[in-house]
Design a protein around this ligand. Structure first.
Ligand code: 13P
Length: 258
């Protein structure tokens, strides 16, 4: 099996203006060292208004944290008030773009079809998508976890090439675990991530399944990250609340020492 380097990503959501972003990045750069970056890839996903400042401080100080975005439109340019294009993000040295986060699905009407368009556009612009999927509490209680995840993965990845899927990131984020403090058990998190890998294998072959990095997201904290990361199909974490403090995020990046 391909060796998959863990990817620990901080989704800052709608937090951190550009000055706060600079401060947090500087604190992170003091908290993390070369051994940390050697053992895990790290990305941060500030709001759009903080991307330029984040890019500048990361580049100026040579900090090996990848810049990520939280969202983009699929068109290259046009009359789409309020949106940003993949090319605009790529120009800011953005490497990873989140697509299909449950908050965008639930609050902003994002559909599987839109997620698929977004993935294609992100890939065409030379960036790596982080596609989120996961079931709601109602779906879980109704025994619909598997069909929900399967449908999201199949529709989101439809028509992509094997090599594209093998190089991308998928995040399993059960909606009931996001921002609630109710982390999935390591077994449940592993089951969701294994299901995603199985779907990738069925649709895109063994090589893509061995390459794709699958993150778990939902109330990841320094105290629970190690047991989650010990699961065979969990290759990283997509962290919300705990990524807003340098201390907790750096301890999550250093999960092997928890
Ligand atoms: P929390 O870590 O705050 O639960 O958020 C998870 C998440 O939605 C990351 O994208």
């Amino acid at each position: 099996m391909a060796e998959r380097k863990p990817l620990i990503s901080g989704n800052w959501k709608m937090h951190m203006n550009h000055l706060e972003a600079i401060q947090l990045i500087q604190k992170l750069s003091y908290a993390l060292d070369h051994a940390d970056y050697a053992s895990a890839d790290v990305s941060i996903h500030p709001p759009c208004t903080s991307l330029r400042s984040a890019q500048t401080v990361l580049e100026a100080d040579g900090i090996p944290i990848a810049l990520g975005a939280q969202h983009c439109h699929w068109e290259g340019a046009g009359a789409y008030t309020g949106e940003v294009s993949p090319a605009m993000l790529a120009k800011l040295a953005v490497s990873y773009v989140i697509a299909g986060h449950s908050e965008r699905r639930q609050l902003f009407g994002e559909t599987d079809e839109n997620v698929n368009r977004r993935l294609r556009a992100i890939l065409s612009a030379g960036m790596t998508p982080i596609m989120c999927c996961g079931e709601t509490l109602e779906e879980r209680e109704a025994g619909q976890t598997e069909p929900r995840i399967t449908a999201q993965v199949d529709a989101g990845l439809a028509g992509l090439k094997q090599a594209q899927v093998g190089a991308m990131v998928i995040a399993y984020e059960p909606v009931w675990a996001i921002g609630t403090g109710h982390t999935a058990t390591p077994d449940d998190a592993q089951a969701g991530c294994a299901l995603i890998r199985d779907r990738v294998r069925a649709g895109f072959g063994a090589e893509a399944a061995a390459g794709v990095r699958i993150q778990y997201g939902g109330s990841v904290k320094p105290v629970n990250v190690a047991e989650l990361m010990a699961q065979p199909d969990i290759d990283g974490a997509l962290v919300g609340g705990a990524s807003l403090e340098a201390d907790s995020f750096s301890r999550i990046v250093r999960f092997r020492l928890q």
